[in-house]
Design a protein around this ligand. Sequence first.
Ligand code: SAH
Ligand code: SF4
Length: 396
Amino acid sequence: MINLLDLDAAGIQALVADLGEKPFRAKQLSHWIHQRLTGDVAAMTDLSRTFREKLASVAEIRGPAVVRDTTASDGTRKWLLDVGAGNAVEMVYIPEDDRGTLCVSSQAGCALDCAFCSTGKQGFNRNLTTGEIVGQLWHANRALLQDGDASPRGRPKGELRPLGGLGGRSNFPWVEQGRAPITNVVLMGMGEPLANYDNVVAALRLMLDDNAYGLSRRRVTLSTSGLVPALDRLREDCPVALAVSLHAGNDLLRDRLVPINRKYPLAELLAASVRYLTRAPRDFVTFEYVMLDGVNDSVEQAKELAVLVRDVPCKFNLIPWNPFPGAEFTTSPRSRILAFQKTLMEAEFVTTIRKTRGDDIDAACGQLAGRVQDRTKRQIRIQRAATKTAANAAPH
Ligand code: SAH
Ligand code: SF4
């Protein structure tokens, strides 16, 4: 069975043509799936009965299988999704006053093995399909329409108004204006999106498509650790807002923290970032910089960083490192983060510190663990190394 969530606009058009229907049916079908968020072909009542029957015999709408659904005290909501064969990925909804952001996963695990990342430590199993990526947005919108928003800013129950479509309730002002609960998407969940290029680009196209989610390019952000050739392709194929995970101001340190830097060193990554801006919806790149105590957080390192990126139109987002079991780092103290920020600001870079959201449910950046049946043998290597270290440390 075809999963309709796997098809971008061209795919839906091809299916409609195969079934002998007129081209305009493709738009109707897309509206049913991605705007009215229906999960059932039979419910598409303005399509003829014969079309619905033909469609139902070859295709279905297969949303994600939710294994856990948790809401934090600040309204952040995390879903654990089963993606088969013992793997699970996570997605996180982050409510703010003027927007609803969904942090989406792109792979079960990640092969790039950044030193400070929980997903990386779990190894890699496989790329998510287009349907599994876009299905996260589809499901979050449905769930939020049905359940409303549990964030403290949510309006009192008495004020909730029933919605059309799913017949749920909402306390999002923008939903009452006809928009979906999720207004912004960040590809910052599990996985490296540019390592799953084709499926990610098809999913991005659906996010931007006016007949699907209709988000503006500025409201969709892809975060990458720096796969340079794929970044160049994205610039041509589907430019959206860009975040680059920098984490270090020189190659020696970045080689250690972000191993892909050995293949695409800083000079190449920064040049690709500047090239990207010629087509990007925003006129700056956001550099993410995770703050690791005593590793990359000194004032001297901030100065080095400022020199490194002086020719790149950019902003910095400092991310206090979020711990996970077994990690070798500690989070920088607040005072060091503030001093680092001050140094970058004095060098005239807009620099924000990312607020930690949903930490009571482990939903913060880099804590998304899911479940990965590692195919890269990384877990085995890590365990062997740990056993060796323990053996060496044991008294003789
Ligand atoms: N693979 C992509 C996107 C997913 S990670 C990338 O690396 O950019 C999203 C962001 O979270 C990245 O900037 C990443 O470096 C950061 N991150 C990873 N582990 C973290 C942790 N434990 N604490 C804080 N941020 C982390
Ligand atoms: Fe992969 Fe990003 Fe984690 Fe690095 S930080 S291991 S690229 S998910």
